[in-house]
Design a protein around this ligand. Structure first.
Ligand SMILES: O=C(O)CCC(=O)C(=O)O
Ligand SMILES: [Fe+2]
Length: 207
């Protein structure tokens, strides 16, 4: 395991996936791929030049490889496995990218977000399923980190700090793939934090 940054903590966990799991995930996701969206106002999805990839959501219904990956991620982060979102497999072809953004949900969107009942996105584990021929690094502009995709490795970070405050320094993006293609899994784990609970309570009071 490599500590890429200490505060905020960013880890690269090599061999997070076992042999064959990456291929299994790509095969499961391929038929379900759709153009990626971003959160717009409220719970709506919008299409944007800022995110030109495709993605597919996979839940663990009956698939023991997916379940096993979710359990492994939960053992590492200590977030209960039922706080895992359906896994999102992302797929970038040549010139596709996801420009720098935060994975946490803004307070405004969290209030409307249909995921809100399980809380803010606490942990991101970005698991690389292959290595593009050229480009496709994960870039953290504020932290000055530029991480080349390494097959089977997981890039791990916390989107919010221990006080429950969104950590703006976690700004990151997927640089354009220059040659070949790139597949990765987003494992997002949620946490019900007091300030999230307060937002939800306020939104129930509004209704
Ligand atoms: O593709 C990458 O390296 C980053 C992907 C990402 O940040 C995301 O999908 O939220
Ligand atoms: Fe992201």
């Amino acid at each position: 395991m490599n500590v890429l940054h200490r505060d905020p903590l960013v880890l690269l966990i090599e061999d997070f996936l076992q042999p064959g799991e990456a291929e299994h995930m790509i095969a499961a996701a391929r038929p379900l791929m759709e153009r990626s969206g971003i959160f717009a106002d409220g719970a709506k999805t919008a299409y944007s030049e800022a995110r030109t990839s495709s993605n597919a959501f996979l839940d663990d219904g009956g698939d023991h490889v997916i379940r096993c990956i979710e359990e492994r991620a939960s053992l590492i982060s200590n977030v209960p496995v039922n706080y895992t979102e359906p896994l999102q497999v992302v797929w970038y072809r040549r010139n596709q990218e996801f420009r720098p953004h935060h994975d946490y949900i803004s307070a405004k969107n969290l209030k409307h977000d249909y995921w809100a009942h399980i809380g803010q996105r606490y942990v991101t584990m970005l698991v690389y399923l292959n290595e593009p021929a050229k480009g496709g690094n994960t870039l953290f502009p504020t932290l000055k980190l530029d991480v080349p995709p390494k097959k089977n490795a997981a890039l791990f970070w916390y989107n919010i700090n221990l006080d429950g405050v969104e950590d703006e320094r976690t700004l990151h993006g997927g640089s354009p793939v220059d040659e070949g293609e790139k597949y990765a899994i987003n494992i997002w784990q949620r946490k019900m934090l007091p300030h999230v609970q307060a937002i939800l309570d306020a939104s129930v009071a509004d209704d």
